[in-house]
Design a protein around this ligand. Structure first.
Ligand SMILES: Cc1cc2nc3c(=O)[nH]c(=O)nc-3n(C[C@H](O)[C@H](O)[C@H](O)COP(=O)(O)OP(=O)(O)OC[C@H]3O[C@@H](n4cnc5c(N)ncnc54)[C@H](O)[C@@H]3O)c2cc1C
Length: 359
């Protein structure tokens, strides 16, 4: 049976390994860290589609669910409510570290070989070769799932890499926790930026943001300060900082080569508007799973299966371009309020609104 070598044990690497192991492939996964899921970087908000399609792997990790977000802006140092985003389908908060730990267990139970503390330093993806401290290894297929940094992708020129946003987050204990997710905009976050506050339990929230501002760390502390508002300092404590990068390029043009496939953030398979990566990644792995014919991937079938998701990502990229032209999310919110909108009803966390039909 074919040998598959996987670069990176994030959700992309682990989910595709799981799919291929179930079909009888031999899979070796190379992960540079000493554990999976850590250091953590993701907020863990996903749609019901993701929870349902991952089954118990995600369902057992659900911490809470939300049907609306409160949109707030910071102006002249004050934070104001502006409008409500309501979702027809709930948005779920999952424990991302727990999710990856259970995915690891599932992969290992199917015989996947996980090589921790093993960085891939070089790859010749067209030849099915990769290099680690142990030397060169060869396989019939390489899965490039190295995440947003995209070092191998850049070096081997399998996708264009130009843009990533910085996403710092903080787990904060607050004396008072709201029961909805808050989206926060303010001009210093730039045309690409917005912030968020996610209630994790009755004492803690995750405060985070994405931006291309070099002052990302300072902006995060500023938002924490504003969210804490009038609470006394003894009611506010930052428990930990974490975060990562979010690719904002258009999806890789060719996900599949003769001996490789690029998966997840490595291929910029990330929703442009909300920056969530798990939904398009799940769709990508589903397309991979259903386009396997024996030991081969039927490229036409894969492209047909993944086509609708690509169309969604490209449509959202076009929408993002329009938002940038408007001056970013902050101006978009101000415009919506000016137009008298107090609530915007969205389909779900992934598609937001339905895609126009293809003519
Ligand atoms: C601040 C922030 C908030 C987010 N919030 C959400 C959210 O709420 N919902 C959502 O759906 N998505 C969210 N995302 C995006 C989501 O985290 C990613 O889309 C998802 O993790 C992508 O999975 P991946 O496997 O492609 O990459 P990653 O999760 O980054 O995994 C890549 C793995 O590869 C390893 N690796 C990298 N290079 C090498 C190498 N050379 N050799 C060996 N191992 C290597 C890394 O250590 C890592 O374990 C967020 C991201 C950020 C930064």
């Amino acid at each position: 049976m074919s040998d598959v070598l996987v670069i990176g044990a994030g959700p992309g690497g682990l989910l595709s390994s799981h799919a291929l192991l179930k079909k009888g492939f031999n899979v070796s996964i190379y992960e540079e860290h000493s554990n999976v899921g850590l250091p953590k970087h993701c907020s863990g908000l996903v749609s019901s589609y993701v929870v349902n399609s991952l089954g118990p792997l995600a369902r057992d990790q659900v911490l809470s669910k939300f049907t609306e977000y409160r949109v707030r802006v910071i102006e002249k140092g004050l934070i104001h409510d502006q409008l409500i985003l309501s979702f027809r389908e709930p948005v779920y908060l999952i424990d991302r570290v727990g999710f990856e730990a259970s995915l690891r267990e599932a992969v290992e139970s199917y015989g996947g070989k996980l090589r921790l503390r093993t960085r891939v330093t070089e790859a010749r993806v067209d030849e099915g070769l990769l290099r680690t401290k142990e030397g060169w290894a060869g396989g019939d297929l390489i899965i490039v799932s190295e995440g947003a940094l995209r070092t191998i992708v850049r070096k081997s020129q399998v996708c264009d890499v130009s843009e990533a946003l910085i996403g710092p987050q903080a787990l904060v204990r607050l004396g008072r926790v709201s029961d909805t997710v808050e989206v926060i905009t303010f001009p210093p976050l730039g045309v690409n930026g917005f912030g968020w506050v996610i209630p994790v339990d009755d004492k803690h929230v995750v405060v985070g943001l994405v931006t291309n501002s070099k002052a990302a760390g300072r902006l995060l502390k500023y938002i924490v300060h504003k969210v804490a508002g009038e609470l006394s300092p003894s009611d506010v404590a930052v428990r930990e900082f974490f975060g990562g990068l979010v690719p904002v390029d258009k999806p890789c043009r060719e996900l599949l080569g003769s001996k490789h496939i690029v998966v997840g953030d490595a291929a910029s398979i990330v929703k442009p508007l909300t920056k969530g990566g798990l939904y398009p990644l799940v769709k990508e792995v589903e397309a991979l799973e259903t386009s396997l014919r024996g030991e081969h991937i039927d490229i036409d079938l894969f492209n047909a299966r993944f086509g609708e998701t690509l169309r969604l990502l490209n449509t959202q990229h076009a929408t993002l371009k329009a938002i940038r032209r408007l001056g970013g999310y902050h101006n978009l919110v101000k415009l919506a309020v000016k137009l008298g909108l107090r609530e915007i009803k969205l389909m779900d966390y992934d598609r937001l609104v339905s895609l126009p039909a293809v003519s």
